[in-house]
Design a protein around this ligand. Structure first.
Ligand code: MG
Length: 382
């Protein structure tokens, strides 16, 4: 085998909060370790990965590694100190006879594909390579200024010729080193320093986790919701039988639609799609039909409420698609005004709204002209 990534995840560090070792804390809805494993599972130059864990964490590990079960070797038992954990990992990988190994901290979930390429390329001419950043902040030791020239912050993955680093680790038993580069240098190996990346920072404190969450959420949170509704033909709530309300438009028809409100099946489906995108119940939750105050209500009240809820969560509605299913009335002539009506209620541009119609080919309750069904989907960006 050519190249294996060894992720060190045996630490007990609880400084990040959440009552868990930090590598299992949730970040963007997934354990931090899961993010780290994804980097290597997806990288074309990495053949396998293995994770060193604390034996108390097997359940946490099984959950975190579940998406990569076919892309990971069996977990390896960690030691009390990081250095011992790495040696255990190297020993466990030896039977696979890898040429190269990348040793990575589980708490760096944002390592880029480029760093891995740069490090592996440097191994063509060196025993090892590691990413590092020049330090730009002013450094002081106590009151004394520290000269920043030649001061670098070392990151991981630290990459090595496998046999060379394993030998160095074996020779370093009994010596305490901070990282694998130090162990390699003590053993006389040549180690290249490659350009690190600010994004490849290590998560240690709750502040780091909060910062990482902000970075992740800067990527957009796109939600899609769906809604479905049916109303049967009959008198409208006000007793009239000469029109139906569809998507906020009064459409002449030989019957009304039966309902507690104005029975606007289109607006109801859209409203539920928006509540669905927010994970915030449905029309019945917010406007219980048992409450007499909503009797005969114009349905734009419901849709306005759902759109307002999106805005209150700091989001916006980016798209609405609704399909009305009926034999009659004909929707086509009214579709454009329905779009404008929905746009006005939700307060977005008409181009972001689609109103479509279909029949059900004479089949089912819509085919028998007993009522109208509506399906809607809505996209919300939070
Ligand atoms: Mg309804």
């Amino acid at each position: 085998m050519e190249t294996i990534a060894l992720i060190v995840a045996a630490g007990r560090g609880r400084r990040a909060g959440g009552g868990l070792p930090k590598q299992y804390r949730s970040l963007g809805g997934q354990p931090i370790l899961t993010h780290a494993m994804r980097i290597f599972a997806n990288h074309p130059r990495i053949d396998e990965q293995a994770v060193v864990i604390h034996p108390d964490d097997t359940e946490l590990y099984e959950a975190a590694s579940a998406p990569f079960r076919s892309h990971a070797l069996p977990w390896i038992r960690g030691a009390d100190e990081r250095q011992g954990s790495v040696l255990n990992g190297l020993d466990a990988l030896a039977p696979h006879k890898p040429r190269r190994v990348l040793i990575h901290d589980a708490a760096r979930p944002f390592c880029s594909s480029d760093i891995i390429y740069r490090a592996l390329n440097a191994l063509d001419t060196h025993h090892g390579a590691y990413p590092a950043l020049a330090v730009s902040d002013t450094l002081r030791r106590g009151d004394d200024l520290v000269d920043r020239a030649n001061v670098f912050a070392a990151q991981t993955p630290q990459c090595f010729q496998f046999d060379a680093i394993r030998e160095a680790h074996r020779a370093a038993q009994g010596i305490v080193a901070t990282d694998d580069v130090e162990i390699a240098l003590r053993h006389g190996l040549s180690v290249a320093r490659i350009e690190g990346e600010r994004m490849n920072f290590k998560l240690t404190t709750p502040d780091d986790i909060a910062y990482a969450e902000r970075l992740l959420s800067k990527g957009v949170d796109v939600r899609t919701g769906q809604g479905f509704d049916v109303h049967k033909f009959g008198p409208n709530a006000d007793g009239s039988t000469d029109h139906v309300m569809l998507c906020g438009v009064r459409v002449p028809h030989e019957s009304g639609l039966v309902g507690h409100s104005d029975a606007d099946v289109g607006l109801h489906a859209i409203t539920d799609a928006l509540y669905g995108a927010l994970g915030s119940g449905d029309i019945g939750t917010h406007f219980p039909p048992s409450d007499p105050q909503w009797r005969g209500t114009a349905s734009h009240v419901f849709l306005r409420h759902a759109a307002e809820l999106v805005r209150r969560k700091g989001g916006r509605v980016t798209h609405i698609d609704v399909t009305l299913v009926c034999e009659r009335p004909k929707i086509g002539p009214h579709a454009a005004s329905m779009r404008d009506s929905i746009a006005g209620i939700v307060e977005i541009e008409s181009e972001r709204i689609s109103v479509k119609a279909t029949t059900s080919e004479g089949l089912g309750f819509t085919g028998r002209r007993e009522g109208i069904a509506a399906l809607a989907s809505a996209t919300v960006v939070l």
